[in-house]
Write a protein that binds this ligand. Structure first.
Ligand SMILES: Cc1cc2nc3c(=O)[nH]c(=O)nc-3n(C[C@H](O)[C@H](O)[C@H](O)COP(=O)(O)O)c2cc1C
Length: 337
């Protein structure tokens, strides 16, 4: 761990987040273009991914530090979750460290400045011409005050506003911190939402190539539910699945400080579970459907296990908080053998 990393971890978690984000934002003043570390390149959603290591959604909710994050060497960076309207999220404290487990619990609640603010930032990033090869995903959510019946319209608004900047969209139905959001992962509500999003994708594309669509799912699903989601994703012609978001399970951290805080648990306790979910999806979907593995990837061995489980690309969040930018390099090297 570098000295900046140790210093950051001495601050309360959310304060450390804002300090790190300020540093990453300031990196845009450095001269030159921002490109991925060279690694095991591959085709990903119709584009070339220079290396398979991505930043997961939730760190840069407002696309404020895309260039700084690209400088860390990621093959792709996912911004958001962004909602149509700005919203404050849950009251603080809402982010907790469990360092013995290299884990976090968060109940942020989609705090963000809204899609218009993100569009302005992404316009600057794209028009600077300095994002050189790093793919950019935009993770979409619904506002807390939007009912589940109206949810599809929030995702469609996000697509309307942001489609010219995104290399792909993630439809996030798996945050545990927006009341009832996860119910949309099932049955008729899922089918209706995915088909409305698909319809808008095609309408927005016209004669040009549509912006690919991924669905982000929870780890708290049984194999039947995985099968049903896989079926809908294929029926609605989505391009892929991101598995997984944070877990509601506390099995791995029982009795630890903060273990009883409400919210989603991420980091090392999720490593095995998220790879299992990827393996279940791999069995349930055709070979050409893209799977992105995320959850507790903190070492080269974890990264390789997730690729072996069937993922084409990986994302990290919690391990990046604990280990810093060196981890990106280590994972790019480990996956380039
Ligand atoms: C503080 C925090 C905020 C998050 N916010 C989001 C979010 O806004 N949208 C989302 O799809 N996932 C969000 N996530 C989930 C991560 O993207 C990721 O799926 C999850 O943390 C598992 O990966 P990890 O173990 O590498 O952290 C968040 C995670 C954390 C720790």
């Amino acid at each position: 761990m570098n000295p900046f990393q140790s210093l950051l971890l001495s601050f309360p978690p959310e304060a450390a987040h804002y300090i790190a984000m300020s540093a990453l934002r300031a990196a845009r003043w450095l001269p030159g273009s921002c490109c991925p570390l060279p690694g095991a390149s591959r085709q990903f959603l119709g584009k070339t991914l220079q290396n398979p290591i991505g930043l997961a959604a939730g760190l840069d909710k407002n696309a404020e530090a895309v260039l700084g994050l690209a400088r860390c060497g990621f093959g792709f960076v996912e911004v958001g979750t962004v909602t149509p309207l700005a919203q404050p999220g849950n009251p603080q404290p809402r982010l907790f460290r469990l360092p013995e487990h290299q884990a976090l619990i968060n109940r942020m609640g989609f705090n963000n400045y809204g899609m218009q603010a993100m569009a302005r930032r992404l316009h600057q990033v794209r028009s600077s011409g300095r994002l050189d090869g790093t793919l950019l995903g935009v993770n979409l959510g619904k506002n807390k005050d939007t009912s589940n019946d109206e949810a599809a319209s929030d995702y469609v608004k996000g697509m309307d506003c942001l489609h010219s900047y995104a290399d792909y969209f993630t439809v996030n139905l798996s945050s545990p911190n927006t009341p009832n959001l996860r119910q949309l992962q099932h049955g008729e509500p899922l089918r209706m939402l995915l088909s409305q999003v698909k319809e808008r994708q095609m309408a927005l594309a016209g004669q040009s190539t549509p912006v690919p669509l991924l669905l982000k799912v929870a780890p708290d699903l049984d194999e039947d539910e995985v099968g049903q989601i896989a079926e809908q994703v294929c029926a609605c012609e989505f391009d892929g699945i991101i598995a997984t978001n944070t877990t509601l399970s506390r099995e791995a951290v029982v009795g630890r400080k903060h273990a009883e805080e409400a919210g989603g648990l991420s980091g090392a306790p999720l490593t095995l579970r998220s790879a299992q979910v990827i393996a279940q999806f791999r069995r349930a979907v055709p070979a050409d459907l893209t799977l992105v593995g995320v959850g507790g990837i903190g070492s080269g061995a974890d990264a390789l296990a997730m690729l072996n489980a069937g993922a084409q690309a990986l994302q990290i969040y919690t391990s990046f908080i604990y280990q810093g930018t060196n981890l990106v390099r280590n994972l790019v090297i480990a996956t380039n053998k």
